[in-house]
Write a protein that binds this ligand. Structure first.
Ligand code: MN
Length: 312
């Protein structure tokens, strides 16, 4: 199998280091996973407010939040308010088409601002978007998953964040997480120096994000905040891949079946055509009811216009 190592685009958003791995120049989504940010790891000082993301909309996608450390309060236009903490998943579904859409806010919380009494003063979070299949009529929604299948395999602890997984020894695991296309997400934490062999599903595309430490596979090295991308053509029947790492290394494996529709991204919008993005910019900036309202005093982020040369 051939592997490519993708480099992150690094940014600093309000004192939080962000590594963006998807979209990545010249590379398509991995299955339906079309956006991937790793926020942190970072420690906040006393008096610092942490992550503060004001009201903004989404269309034709699910936001998928995977927490490694810290606590974040999610509020959305459906009236949901949910604190997410480590080893938990939040999935918010924007729905498909011009009658759907959702808006939300995200903010770090600490013991004194609505978090739990032992909330960390730090943050490490993987924020992903899943493009929705636009040939399905999908309604908006929100789901919180506090407990996920967890097991020991080789040198690692595995947490199945979405989808199903059959280990090399034949054990089958299934996550409760809502899906609209076939995909998988597995968090792998190395409990000792060693390796773990991942079973790969035929027809899936795969990537591995290193959130802590570094891994080695097929004589290639992937460091923290880099992304291994396995070429889909190389994932043949019954194939597997071995990841080698030292104790303390942590990675997130993502995979899935590619969607049959186009996946265009602009700002917080995903669509299979340019017109739907243009209409959604107008709708959001004019307060259209399809995006609802969030019960929050946080600022409302305006949608920037599409650049002239945007390819639809
Ligand atoms: Mn968002």
């Amino acid at each position: 199998m051939t592997i490519k190592t993708l480099e992150p685009r690094l940014a600093d958003v309000g004192g939080i280091p962000i590594a963006r791995l998807l979209p990545n120049r010249g590379h398509q989504p991995i299955g339906a996973w079309c956006f991937l940010d790793h926020a942190g790891p970072v420690e906040f000082g006393e008096g610092e407010t942490g992550m503060q993301v004001g009201r903004h909309p989404h269309i034709n996608l699910q936001t998928f939040s995977w927490m490694l450390n810290g606590e974040v309060l999610h509020k959305d236009s459906l009236g949901n308010e949910q604190v997410i903490t480590k080893n938990q998943v939040n999935v918010m579904t924007a729905g498909t088409g011009l009658t759907q859409g959702i808006s939300h806010t995200e903010q770090s919380v600490f013991p004194e601002t609505g978090g739990s009494s032992d909330a960390a003063r730090g943050l490490s979070m993987v924020q992903l978007w899943i493009a929705l299949p636009t040939d399905q009529q999908i309604e908006r929604g929100f789901h919180h998953y506090p407990k996920l299948p967890t097991w020991r395999e080789d040198s690692a602890e595995m947490i199945l964040t979405t989808g199903s997984y059959i280990s090399v020894s034949g054990e089958r695991y299934e996550a409760p997480t809502i899906q609209y296309s076939k995909m998988v997400g597995i968090d792998v934490s190395f409990l000792e120096d060693g390796d773990v062999t991942l079973n790969l599903e035929p027809g899936f595309e795969y990537g591995v994000l290193v959130t802590e430490g570094q891994i080695e596979s097929e004589d290639m090295v992937c460091k923290q905040d880099q992304l291994f991308r396995f070429h889909d053509a190389d994932v043949s029947n019954n194939s597997s891949i071995k990841l080698i790492a030292k104790k303390g290394t942590r990675v997130m494996v993502i995979g899935g079946e590619p969607l049959s529709n186009k996946v265009l991204l602009w700002w917080n919008f995903v669509a299979d055509n340019k017109q739907e993005i243009e209409q959604s910019i107008i709708d959001w900036n004019n307060g259209h009811e399809r995006f609802g309202d969030v019960d929050s005093t946080m600022e409302r982020l305006p949608a920037p216009e599409l650049p002239k040369g945007f390819k639809g």
